[in-house]
Design a protein around this ligand. Structure first.
Ligand code: HEC
Length: 193
């Protein structure tokens, strides 16, 4: 076969390029449009509404009950019920993880105490906070024998489960923050001696 002459070769290459560009613009895919789909069963599964009946699931219900004993990540596990018996048990079994000489945590505890406890227990813990001065029942002094004698774990139980008129502070204070507040209460009590 004769090799192509230069001008013919150039013309062929040019024609090829023009053809490619033409094809490109004719066949150009509009990415905003769906392309043709075949066999979509595996692409689009049937989405079950979580609250409605679903024949494909055990019990005919999309939302399945939690497996027994399951615990959300980061959840607090506090194995004590309400009441003084359980508070005493917590007092026997739980220890404050905050070391007495951890001044950083005690400082954080003091700040939390001012925010969450001062309104009733007042700055020093005598139980004459601004809320009490406006008519709320006066809490017992945190310097009384009972508060001084109770174990850290019992106080933790009171902060976690509440005690009579005092509600639980578990929603406002994380377990670590509760222990820090208790450390601060101990520091307040220690100023008595
Ligand atoms: C809205 C007012 C209020 C706030 C805020 C409050 N307390 Fe109390 N607290 C009380 C009352 C009232 C009692 C007494 C409950 C009872 O009758 O047993 C009490 C009881 C206690 C007791 C038990 C005392 C005892 O001798 O039995 C401790 C310990 C205690 N509070 C610590 C705290 C700490 C720490 C905070 C902050 C996290 C706090 N409280 C926030 C009102 C409050």
């Amino acid at each position: 076969m004769q090799p192509l002459s230069r001008p013919v070769f150039a013309a062929v290459v040019l024609a090829g390029l023009v053809l490619l560009m033409g094809l490109n613009s004719v066949l150009k895919r509009d990415v905003s449009q769906k392309s043709y789909e075949m066999f979509t069963e595996m692409v689009y599964s049937v989405a079950g509404e979580s609250m409605t009946a679903n024949a494909a699931m055990p019990g005919g219900q999309t939302m399945q009950p939690l497996v027994e004993g399951v615990v959300p990540v980061g959840a607090e596990i506090f194995r004590y019920g309400s009441g003084s018996e359980e508070a005493l048990r917590a007092g026997r079994e739980l220890a404050n993880p905050v070391a007495p000489d951890d001044s950083g945590v005690a400082k954080a505890g003091a700040e939390l105490y001012r925010i969450y406890c001062l309104p009733c227990h007042d700055l020093k813990g005598d139980g004459l906070g601004p809320v009490v001065q406006r008519g709320m029942a006066r809490p017992p002094s945190l310097h009384a024998d009972r508060a001084k004698g109770m174990a850290d774990g019992e106080m933790f139980h009171i902060l976690t489960r509440g005690q009579n008129n005092m509600v639980s502070y578990a929603a406002q204070l994380s377990p670590r923050e509760r222990w820090a507040v208790i450390r601060h209460v101990r520091n307040l009590q220690n100023q008595d001696d």
